[in-house]
Design a protein around this ligand. Structure first.
Ligand code: UD1
Length: 363
């Protein structure tokens, strides 16, 4: 069985790593790896391949950045000949980025079966580009690998044939558990002069938070207030860095001195910092799951989450984008009043094995 596996953007890499490893124990599966090139900076792409020992991509489409339409279309144009040449039995896509829907759509129209890993997640907010990608990818996938019970519930509510749905757990957590010791051994926290539990770790990149001057400026006000009480470390996505400069917010960061602006970090360094953080402030999807497993308090600066299990069983609290709510959330968590969090079913480091078993069974 020839399986073409697709990655494109940073959050895809930690999801594909355990699958590429698990394929090795299935001689009947011949995996090929395609990188669309949606993310291309060394720190956003190649570094993750090195750290996570992901094999070098067999094919690199080198699409680069663009508007949503241009980027999605370019991936489709370049991926179609790959499918025609290699004639895979299955195309496997992960997550919810533009590369995910682009390749799923190409495969489905060529009559190639599609498997979607991390299926069924819904924020019910169609203002998020990822929500559109999730809904469409699930609608045209033959196999839906689900990470948490809400995913199964959402798919069934949409009328999905239950035989297509497989609740397998979370491949990103496979990667976290496999790399935690190695990450902690790096000692990144100490190297940055930070005390364990004595700092807040910040990530921000959602268009709704950083692309609008007013929204970003308000949010930044909350971060500065938090930074007066606890040092904030901020590895900065290129999109966010561009907006900081455009809105003139970077100067105030320098002045405040307590916000440490860093280049995007590698997986292991970031995991080390996350495991040591007193609190994580984020608008990412995956970080809500990672902090849940690490039992580190997480304040998510969004109105909704497509990963509700992180709030129900984990350490995640939705604080939205209102500065008062963000600061109040921080005060609660810093005072030890955040949810303690507990284990999530099937987030045990073996999700990729389960997926490969389903694939090998010819389901
Ligand atoms: C994408 C995903 C988002 C994911 C995020 C993680 C979609 C719709 N969004 O958003 O779900 O959470 O990745 O990072 O697919 N850029 C660089 N270097 C790079 C990549 C991007 O400088 O290697 C800059 C470019 O200016 C680009 C911008 O970042 O225009 C945005 O990149 P893009 O891939 O379009 O979306 P992300 O915001 O990264």
């Amino acid at each position: 069985m020839k399986i073409v596996n697709v990655v494109g953007a940073r959050p895809n890499f930690m999801k594909i790593a355990p699958l590429m490893r698990a394929y090795c124990s299935e001689p009947g599966i011949q995996p090929l790896l395609v990188h669309t090139g949606q993310h291309y900076d060394h720190a956003m792409s190649r570094l993750f391949f090195e750290e996570l020992s992901i094999p070098r991509p067999d094919i690199d489409l080198e699409v680069g950045s663009g508007s949503h339409a241009a980027q999605t279309a370019e991936v489709m144009k370049r991926f179609e000949p790959v499918c025609l040449q290699h004639r895979p039995d299955l195309v496997l896509v992960v997550g919810d980025v533009n590369s995910t829907i682009a390749c799923a759509l190409v495969a489905a129209k060529l009559g190639v079966r599609v498997a979607h890993v991390e299926a069924g997640l819904r924020s019910f907010d169609r203002g998020m580009p990822e929500e559109i990608n999730r809904i469409l990818t699930d609608a045209i996938s033959d196999l839906l690998f689900v990470s948490e019970p809400s995913g199964e519930k959402n798919l069934l509510a949409e009328g999905t044939d239950p035989r297509r749905i497989h609740l397998v757990g979370n491949v990103m957590i496979d990667t976290l558990l496999a790399n935690l010791d190695k990450a902690r051994a790096l000692g990144t926290t100490g190297q940055l002069g930070l005390a364990p539990k004595g700092f807040a770790l910040l990530t921000l990149h959602r268009p709704s938070n950083v692309d609008d001057r007013g929204a970003f400026t308000r949010l930044w006000g909350a971060i500065e207030r938090i930074a007066e009480r606890m040092p904030v470390v901020f590895p900065c996505h290129p999109r966010t860095r561009a907006r900081l400069a455009e809105f003139g917010l970077a100067d105030s960061i320098e002045r405040a001195g307590r916000v440490r602006l860093l280049e995007p970090l590698g997986y292991l360094e970031f995991l080390c910092l996350m495991s040591d953080a007193g609190v994580v402030l984020t608008d990412s999807g995956g970080i809500q799951e990672e902090t849940t497993i690490l039992r580190v308090p997480c304040l998510t600066m969004r109105q909704n989450t497509e990963r509700p299990i992180t709030c129900e069983l984990g350490t995640n609290v939705l604080v939205g984008s209102d500065p008062e709510a963000i600061v109040a959330g921080f005060t609660r968590v810093a005072g030890g009043d955040g949810p303690a969090g507990g284990p999530c079913p099937l987030w045990d480091g073996r999700a990729a094995e389960r997926i490969v078993r389903v694939l090998a069974s010819g389901a």
